[in-house]
Design a protein around this ligand. Structure first.
Ligand code: HEM
Ligand code: HEM
Length: 183
């Protein structure tokens, strides 16, 4: 597909997609490593960053879903047959696992009555004994999301490098043309 013929996603969809991808990777990395840090740094700084960033991701994903349903560009399927079914199923599963990880993360923060940087505490809601199982389910959803996102990224890279089509480029920002850059 030539650069001219390529129809990209709209810039809001592209920005929300990459902000979501970076956030999931960062939240997962923080989640898996925070407890290796000294206790006061982990509990006083790093976990509160995870929770605040987590709430920000809830807002980003809500924005993405509203935008998609209010006419944010939805492009025709890139594949046909079984590949199209696999891509569609993966995208729905990505949304489902994102929702599961986010809902369980928020539940986790409220069951713990999380203190954010010693400035503000979330109200403690529900039985504190739920803390452990909710953390385990939250981690399970987060790990499953990461594995599926890696498969999804591998498929996007296979489109780019093996099939040499425009599927990855339509989710990338348009390059600035030389003429526009000169203005
Ligand atoms: C945690 C990381 C990621 C998540 C949660 C995620 C999620 C999604 C979702 C839900 C869609 C479907 C959009 C829709 O139609 O509503 C999508 C599309 C897409 N993603 Fe990702 N993504 C992630 C990372 C990546 C990475 C790393 C790449 C590239 C290497 C990538 C490339 C693409 C492309 C090219 C599309 C468009 C596919 C098409 O038009 O059929 N994504 N992504
Ligand atoms: C998709 C996004 C997210 C990912 C990938 C993620 C990942 C993780 C991981 C891997 C852990 C470690 C679990 C363990 O130690 O067993 C964790 C813990 C936690 N997450 Fe998330 N998380 C996400 C979103 C959220 C959100 C939205 C919130 C709340 C607003 C949140 C709140 C928490 C809390 C409170 C903990 C436990 C912290 C502690 O042990 O003190 N997470 N998360």
């Amino acid at each position: 597909m030539t650069e001219k013929a390529l129809t990209r996603y709209d810039s809001t969809t592209i920005a929300l997609h990459w902000a979501t991808a970076i956030s999931v990777l960062a939240l997962w990395t923080i989640g898996q490593t925070a407890d290796m840090l000294p206790h006061n740094i982990a509990d006083g700084v790093v976990w509160p960053i995870h929770v605040v960033w987590g709430f920000a991701l809830v807002a980003l994903v809500a924005w993405r879903v509203i935008w998609r349903n209010m006419g944010g560009a939805e492009l025709p399927a890139a594949d046909t047959g079984m590949l199209q079914l696999a891509a569609k199923t993966t995208h729905y599963l990505l949304y489902a696992l994102l929702a599961a990880a986010l809902v369980l993360g928020v539940a986790n923060a409220f069951v713990r009555g999380y203190s954010l940087f010693g400035l503000f505490s979330l109200p403690q809601i529900g039985d504190r004994a739920w803390r452990r199982p909710i953390t385990e389910w939250h981690e399970l959803a987060a790990n499953a999301l990461l594995v599926l996102a890696l498969l999804h990224a591998a498929a996007a890279l296979a489109h780019h490098y093996l099939l040499r089509d425009g599927v990855l480029r339509r989710m990338l920002p348009a390059p600035v043309s030389r003429e526009a850059a000169k203005l």
